[in-house]
Design a protein around this ligand. Structure first.
Ligand code: PLP
Length: 373
């Protein structure tokens, strides 16, 4: 057999660049020894998890010698009640990231392709490449009221006979941009039913209600639609890794075959179920985001930095010059933002909307390091 062990590894994996997460607080602590650090880099909930979810997770630790419920029966039942979608059409994932990965493992293979937008969530190209399929990147919108947003009409046109998956993030990360409900319906109409369309709604709860797509109407009308959601953002459970997909039962059945038997741990299942019952925490999180968004928008525009339109829990803004030195200077101030060079946006930074005090600290640090005031 020719070739070394490493050379014979899966070509898609060998060519992968691993996902670059936001810089962890502990890592910066180790590097610079600062005692006060704020991380506004991974779109985590500044209120944290709700008390009900925390208590449920802690209670679940009493039984850690037992395997968790591999069917996720209770969480699925709670999600079915929450979403009005039947439990047979719900797939649980270790984060919604796992649902994205399962979908590509089920529907993609070498010779097939996935369509996604320029400036889309970094995971889409990664999971596509990992299974040896091709990514077809569609140029983002350049002007109009949604700069750098998805061009749904162009994405539908990019679908060819080898396309098996189309990814849409609404709102998109890292841009915060969103799609119009009408354009989404038109796109779904234009795409053949033998192509899986993934609508990633990781930030749905933060959207203005009148901008949220009618997911039930869409799911009922388009049997090739998979809607993904997460407990990592508005529910504040990022560390526990829980996400889910809503789809026709035959798609859920395939995703379920591909997953690990116990892909959600017991603490995560319990916490997610409790989080669904904590409407007050969700409302408080949305409210904090609404006021913090205004605070940061005002501050950034005062400094002359243009923000992309956002319906999410972050703002992405243009420094008008290379952002890496500003990112580094902010680290020395104990403020972690997200540099955007890996998204081919080297002049941009992304900031997660946080508490009023942390937003203020971030704005003051930014003013110092960019010398705008
Ligand atoms: C954060 C995020 C997710 C969710 O990630 P989890 O794996 O559920 O933590 C999915 N899609 C987008 C666009 C995101 O920004």
């Amino acid at each position: 057999m020719a070739g070394s062990l490493i050379d014979r590894a899966h070509a898609g994996i060998r060519a992968l660049h691993p996902y670059q997460p936001g810089k962890p607080i502990e890592e910066l602590q180790r590097e610079l020894g600062l005692d006060s650090i704020i991380k506004l880099a991974s779109n985590e909930n500044p209120l944290g998890a709700g008390a009900k979810a925390r208590e449920a997770a802690a209670a679940a630790l009493a039984d850690i010698e037992r395997y968790p419920d591999g069917s996720g029966y209770r969480l699925k039942a709670a999600l079915a009640a929450e979403t009005n979608w039947s439990a047979e059409g719900i797939t649980l994932g270790n984060g919604s990231n796992e649902i994205l990965e399962l979908a590509t493992r089920v529907f993609l293979q070498p010779g097939r392709n996935a369509v996604f937008s320029e400036y889309c969530f970094a995971v889409y190209p990664l999971v596509t490449q990992a299974v040896g399929a091709q990514g077809r990147v569609v140029p983002a919108l350049t002007d109009g009221d949604m700069p750098m947003g998805h061009d749904l009409a162009a994405m539908a046109e990019a679908v060819d006979e080898n396309t098996s998956v189309v990814f849409i993030a609404n709102p998109n990360n890292p841009t915060g941009t969103w799609v119009e409900a009408e354009a989404l319906t038109a796109m779904l109409n234009a795409i053949p039913e033998n192509v899986l369309v993934i609508l990633d709604e990781a930030y749905r709860e933060y959207m203005d209600e009148d901008l949220c797509p009618d997911y039930l109407a869409l799911l009922n009308r388009f049997p090739n639609l998979l809607v993904t959601r997460t407990f990592s953002k508005v529910h504040g459970l990022a560390a526990l890794r829980v996400g889910y997909g809503l789809s026709a039962p035959n798609i859920a059945d395939l995703l379920n075959r591909a997953r690990q038997p116990f892909n959600n741990n017991a603490a995560a299942l319990a916490a997610a179920e409790a989080a669904l019952g904590d409407r007050a925490h969700v409302e408080a999180s949305i409210e904090m985001n609404r006021s913090g968004m205004q605070q940061l928008k005002d501050g950034l525009s005062e400094f002359g930095f243009a923000c992309l339109p956002s319906q999410a829990n972050f703002l992405t803004f243009d420094l008008g010059r290379e952002s890496q030195p500003v990112f580094d200077a902010l680290l020395r101030e104990g403020v972690i933002l997200r540099p955007m060079a890996s998204y081919a946006m080297p002049d941009w930074l992304r900031i997660t909307i946080a508490s009023e005090a942390d937003n203020q600290r971030c704005l003051e640090a930014l003013a110092r390091v960019t010398q705008v005031t």
